[in-house]
Design a binder for this molecule. Sequence first.
Ligand code: ATP
Ligand code: MG
Length: 571
Amino acid sequence: MAQESRRRLCIDFGTSNTAAAYRVGLGEPVIVPLGQGGPAMPSAVFAGDGSVVVGHDAVLRRLQAPDAFEDTPKSRIDDGEIELGDRFWPVEDLIGAVLRHVHQIALRHSGLPAFDSIVMTHPDRWSERRKNVLRRAAGRAGIPAETLRIASESLAAAWYYVYRGYDVSVAERMCVFDFGAGTCDVALLVRDGVDGFTVTGSGGDNHLGGRDLDARMIRWVHDEAAELDPDLPGRLRAPAAAIALADRVRTAKEALSDTAQAVIELPGTRHTLLLTRREFESMIGPFVERAVELTRDAIARADAAGTGPGGPVIVYVTGGTSSIPMLQSALSAVGRVARIGDPKVVVAQGGLLRSTNVVQGVDTQKVGAEVSARRIAFPQLPAGSVIAGVTVRDGQVVRVGEPLATADSPAGRVTIDAPVAGTLHGLDLRPGVAVQPGAVFAAVGPAGLRPDQWPRLHRTPAGTSPVRGHSGPVPPAPHRVVPQPVPAQPVLAQPVPEQPEKVNGFGLAGLIVGILGFPLCLGTIVGLVLTVVGITRAGGRRDALTTTALVVNVLGAVAWVAFVIWAVVSG
Ligand SMILES: Nc1ncnc2c1ncn2[C@@H]1O[C@H](COP(=O)(O)OP(=O)(O)OP(=O)(O)O)[C@@H](O)[C@H]1O
Ligand SMILES: [Mg+2]
């Protein structure tokens, strides 16, 4: 099937949360809104009355029969069968119920009749046995075996990183650090060829995750509660109170990534506890140290095995728990920490960006990321920068970082470099042309990319590098490929928004003058003129601002005309 029309779904079945995204052809990955107000849903299952309920519904029903509830079926993958309610359930049936639900929601959300391939992601260190459970679970979910693909979570994250316009040079290493709810997975990757990655080492701990932090906090709550009232810890351990407390503790933990303190209400009591970020950090210190140690170990093992370059490390953090600022600063001792996109949905989106050379059911450690189709825009260069020479031609295949042109800027001569690899299309670069940061000058992607597809592609700024030996000052902070942050917000039903449009200065002036100057007839006229100039300069395009300015000034003019007519008629 032609790449442009392939419909793919990726499901990241996590310990506590499941996320999914789909993609049609070379379009932007679309996140499936599985959560209530968020992209992910709980991976939980509730098996009562002979049927399995999943996600939020399972969480809602857990109080009815706590022993029929399993909040993390992924953590039970080795158990074979799980006792829930009054019977034993094969673990693949429970996971299959979650996958079936996600698949159905994705079909409904996309409006597609089916997906041509469905990618399931898994931790790097999973044994073949566990991957087989995942495959069987997909079968239980009604996913045909021939459409199923599996990919490692770290590779999916690396593909996402590159797709968002960042890159890893051949001298660097990428350490994907995925700290979720149940596991801490570390994988070391190096660039392999133009588009690929090779996993050179992995490490981590299958029993270290956000849930351990929650457990540590709950211990703290019990200790504090005992000081308030010695009977309190016992009451907090009652099933309903324990469930409510776990939720409140988790919410407080997540809030502390953004705030300096959080309040925890003790369920069934009038007591509250205040937890400061400082106290929280002293509590989780040992977990953070352990996570850093696991990262160092994985890197040291790869170094000892001599499986890749020994260059600088980019620590790409994913997984919800990696949102904790203390963890990120501790990891910065290992390498440059990068956090791109919503860590909960990076893997689900990245799994869609894989190459077609991943063979069904084969878990390969060496695959290429699909050539990213993008529009390339001029980078941020000082005003007055002009193209000096063009070094490529339309239709040429370029590599990441390959110079496309040189530009003379007031800060010196620089090259304008390809941010992604692929074939150049519609190249519009000529010597003497002024560099307009953000303006698109080419599309890049597979050789067969059609002009009608170009406008739908994500826009990525080109990189720049200083030209050595050229007289003139060197730009203060040249960047190798694409260091400028590219917007990487999660996509809910809509393509990722383009960079924000510039404010229409004339339109804004027209609005202000029109409103403030309304008491004077001249103010309205000047406001109207400014607004029309603003719209004309924007090529006739009206945005919300210029439309408002136009309406205000037209209404002002109508009011003045009416007033003059009234004044004349009434003498
Ligand atoms: N802002 C935050 N600060 C701290 N922890 C957070 C934050 N947001 C989410 N978490 C924690 O991250 C964990 C969920 O992360 P994620 O969804 O990546 O895990 P998962 O994919 O379910 O687990 P795993 O990858 O281990 O299988 C939970 O423990 C959650 O409490
Ligand atoms: Mg995960």
